[in-house]
Design a protein around this ligand. Structure first.
Ligand SMILES: NC(=O)c1ccc[n+]([C@@H]2O[C@H](COP(=O)([O-])OP(=O)(O)OC[C@H]3O[C@@H](n4cnc5c(N)ncnc54)[C@H](OP(=O)(O)O)[C@@H]3O)[C@@H](O)[C@H]2O)c1
Length: 193
């Protein structure tokens, strides 16, 4: 019975060529890096170095998605909820002591969180960092897209986009956008499963 279901689901997904997205949640990783793939000078450093054009792009894509998911450190570094979007924050603490509250405070594996959000009726989400959350979602094999903005800069510091990756992943280039005159670009890849 279970085997039949898996086969049917695989055929369905292969037909549409959108594995992980059909009957499920679209999970887009949205990030800005320097040319070395650095996302922050250190784990407490806010993203205050990206271009106005990237900030506009980020707002557009996350608002279109409607839901942003982030780690507790990223949430604290942003210092507020992102308006017009459902804010979901991952933390192993029961409560986080801040003057503002996310729509959902969640804990668990990416699979558990995706299933929780799918059960709530969401069909699209943007994972917006930081390193630990990007890495967990990529390793879980649940991510469907990566939108990476590359700023033309080399940043002091050492927090990479990803930590340890467990398996090779292949990507397909969907779109490259030049966002401004100094050469900030955004690259959209679909993750092939
Ligand atoms: N350039 C960019 O696009 C970008 C984007 C986002 C963030 N950043 C930067 O990245 C840095 C933060 O990254 P980070 O990796 O240090 O931290 P993070 O991923 O933002 O947050 C880590 C925290 O998330 C919680 N968490 C992670 N996995 C969890 C799980 N499976 N279940 C429950 N809770 C979980 C834990 O919170 P508790 O400790 O509360 O349990 C953990 O300490 C900051 O400097 C930020 O500015 C850059």
């Amino acid at each position: 019975m279970y085997f039949q279901y898996v086969l049917a689901e695989r055929t369905f997904k292969a037909y549409y060529g959108m594995i992980g997205e059909v009957m499920s949640l679209r999970v887009r990783l949205v990030v800005v890096t320097d040319i070395r793939g650095i996302i922050a000078r250190n784990e407490n450093d806010p993203v205050n170095w990206s271009s106005a054009e990237d900030k506009r792009f980020f707002k557009q894509i996350t608002t279109e998605s409607g839901l942003v998911l982030m780690g507790r450190r990223t949430y604290e570094s942003i210092g507020r909820n992102l308006p017009g979007r459902i804010n979901v924050v991952m933390s192993r603490q029961k409560e986080i002591n801040l003057p503002y509250r996310p729509n959902y405070l969640v804990s668990g594996t990416p699979q558990e969180i995706v299933s929780f959000l799918r059960d709530k009726g969401y069909t699209d989400m943007c994972v917006i960092g930081g390193q630990s959350v990007f890495t967990e979602f990529l390793n879980a094999g649940l991510s469907t897209d990566i939108y990476i903005t590359i700023e033309p800069m080399i940043m002091a510091g050492n927090l990479n986009l990803f930590g340890e990756i467990s398996n090779d992943l292949h990507l397909k280039l969907e779109r490259v956008l030049k966002l401004n005159d100094v050469g900030t670009i955004n690259v959209h890849y679909r993750i092939l499963q």
